[in-house]
Design a binder for this molecule. Sequence first.
Ligand code: URA
Length: 236
Amino acid sequence: MAEERLQKVLAAAGVCSRRQAEKLISDGRVTVDGQVVSTLGSKVDPARQKIRVDGHPLGQTGLVYYLLNKPRGYVTTMADPQGRPLVTSLLKGVKARVFPVGRLDIDTSGALILTNDGDLTQKILHPSHEINRTYLALVNGRPSEAQLDALRQGILLEGRKTWPALIKVVGNDRDSTRIEITIHEGRKRQVRKMFAAIGHPVRELARTAYAKLELGNLPIGRFRELTPKDLEKLFL
Ligand code: URA
């Protein structure tokens, strides 16, 4: 095999996305024949050279896909300087080095896909694919129909209008309302910011579906491998 850029080789081996590979390299976590290579664009010959990530040989592992019901209190990054629990620590028995597709806030629970398929991840996250994400939000008080309509049509958040959202009230209590909201953007803390913007902050947030994949009755903290049927729903 001809020489190829190290980040491309890592992504092709299913370690992570190209962008994440670049970070692994610049963080000095990748060695080639025992030497740390931290320069982006270095060329390697994977057939002849020994490439390791965090000391683990780059295997030709197959691509794997999981759906996790993330509990609150876990971060969706691959490392945490504050030592908070990582979602990947919940994938007991999974040997492949999987990473979350997109993010969920530490205080949000629900559907999170984890995979070592970097190409699929990039595709799913690309805004042009407008992948739906559905959340169940428990918000303070009772938003009026006019306020919900404003969210449906899109509101200005940090100078940029949100795309139209689907919103359904599913129940209310004396001082709170349960609302299902579907959006196809992945802006940071978007759902929380949207409800805060209309004066009804979120108390609890759970993602119930990602693309056409529903969490169903997967218990919190548990994961399952995606079936070929699930993957069909996911592949664009
Ligand atoms: N919107 C949020 O506010 N938080 C999430 O985790 C996901 C979407």
